[in-house]
Design a protein around this ligand. Structure first.
Ligand code: GLC
Length: 430
């Protein structure tokens, strides 16, 4: 019998460099910010919690002076990735904030304070907590001071990649505002040469991704200027849900450290963000992202709108929506699709436009347990069996119910899939 737990462990160890773990050694050979967060949950279950500390310390050592935590820290010995440091050019254009040249100039969802608290609960290493706390605080301060422009308790993102859900249809309309007359960057792509291009964003989308980076450079990575010039400024549900999960963790960390004067600041964030999520994002019976440039809701049902399950109770309507829109129960299909299955846009194999992702499945699943235990077991057994039969893929064809080999898509030996698999089999809930 194959020991899948051991395979998961091996993947995490094989994807490891001294100070961090890469998402995968084929497509993603660098440190990714929110991947590191997801990865620590698994490391903590296999007695590798010391490495979780290292992982977080390494990421935070690249924090900018304004508090920004870059989405990627590049390994300069082996770039093999597009867009790399020569496109972001942060040492030239963001020299005011960082001396490093090997990071991006965007962020990813703020899962980190929650990851730190979870790690501390195992290591009980108070020095780690003391050292990292000011950095976590600065990170949250940056988000509220620079990205919550109307003081609504809701932080915005300024690039699709900041969401972690790169080509979700949520970003389409904003990207449509960007006019591209010259395909100068997409030929430099490497992702679509390493895995099937049907499972990846199009070249036109890539040109637009890079056009946004050009705007950041024109603005010298100054947030106020970017806000004025950019075509994509969106308040995303998942991003703010993870921020809230982390705010709550950050407050607990402050309590552990006895930093009583800081607690009211964090409590104020928590209250504001609770209010913002409930009063702004909740709209027509679901949670939707908000486009601050178009000044309107982006009324596309996607997985991001289910994630308030992770921070609020009594959300029976979300469980109903999970059943009606994201699963296909009449066909015995318990894969949580990344967008509403009834949309024309739904594509079960294209990245964030339909496939099932293990990390968000786990996030949602952890709460389903409170509402419907039978449903919880069905979703959980399905995803566990899928990984065991098919492999530790980046994402899965959400129409597959037979666990066919070909329904494992994107990259294989993927770190967060290995990490979350360990959480699933250990009954560790998000
Ligand atoms: C893709 C995913 C993003 C992830 C990255 C590395 O870009 O969309 O969420 O962080 O890969 O795994």
């Amino acid at each position: 019998m194959i020991d899948h737990k051991n395979t998961a462990k091996k993947i995490l160890l094989q994807n490891r460099y001294d100070d961090y773990t890469v998402p995968s050694k084929n497509l993603y050979k660098h440190q990714w910010s929110w991947d590191s967060g997801w990865i620590t949950f698994g490391l903590n279950l296999i007695n590798e919690e010391k490495h979780s500390e290292k992982e977080l310390i390494h990421l935070f050592s690249y924090q900018w002076s304004n508090g920004l935590i870059p989405s990627i820290i590049f390994n300069t010995n082996d770039i093999d990735y597009f867009p790399g440091p020569n496109i972001w050019e942060v040492s030239d254009y963001a020299g005011k904030y960082t001396k490093n040249n090997n990071s991006t100039g965007i962020v990813q969802p703020p899962i980190h304070s929650y990851a730190v608290l979870n790690t501390f609960k195992i290591t009980k290493n108070i020095n780690f907590l003391k050292d990292i706390f000011p950095k976590l605080l600065l990170w949250h301060q940056y988000l509220y001071n620079e990205r919550d422009i109307y003081d609504e308790g809701l932080v915005y993102i300024r690039h699709p990649w900041e969401s972690g859900m790169d080509n979700s249809p949520i970003w389409d309309e904003s990207l449509n505002r960007i006019y591209i007359d010259d395909f100068k960057y997409s030929k430099m792509r490497v992702d679509n040469k390493k895995v099937n291009s049907d499972e990846r964003p199009t070249d036109l989308t890539y040109e637009k991704y890079i056009r946004l980076i050009e705007i950041f450079k024109e603005c010298k990575y100054n947030e106020k200027d970017i806000f004025q010039k950019s075509e994509l400024i969106i308040q995303d549900v998942l991003f703010n849900v993870l921020l809230q999960k982390s705010n709550i963790a950050l407050r607990e960390i402050a309590q552990i450290l006895g930093y009583n004067d800081i607690i009211p600041i964090i409590s104020n964030w928590i209250n504001k963000t609770n209010f913002g999520i409930e009063n702004k994002f909740f709209h027509k019976g679901f949670y939707y992202d908000y486009d601050l440039i178009g000044n309107k809701y982006i009324e596309i049902k996607t997985i991001t709108g289910l994630t308030p399950l992770a921070i609020f109770d009594n959300k029976y309507n979300l469980i109903q929506s999970l059943k009606n829109n994201f699963l296909d129960i009449s066909n015995n299909n318990y894969n949580i699709a990344s967008i509403d299955r009834s949309l024309n846009l739904f594509d079960p194999i294209n990245y964030w436009r339909g496939p099932a992702w293990v990390n968000l499945t786990w996030l949602i699943l952890s709460s389903v347990k409170k509402y419907d235990f039978d449903l919880y077991l069905k979703i959980k057994n399905n995803i566990i069996q899928k990984i065991e039969k098919i492999g530790f893929y980046e994402y899965f064809n959400s129409n597959d119910i037979l666990h066919n080999k070909s329904s494992g898509i994107g990259d294989n030996f993927f770190s967060w899939t290995a990490s979350i698999y360990l959480c699933l089999i250990s009954n560790f809930e998000f």
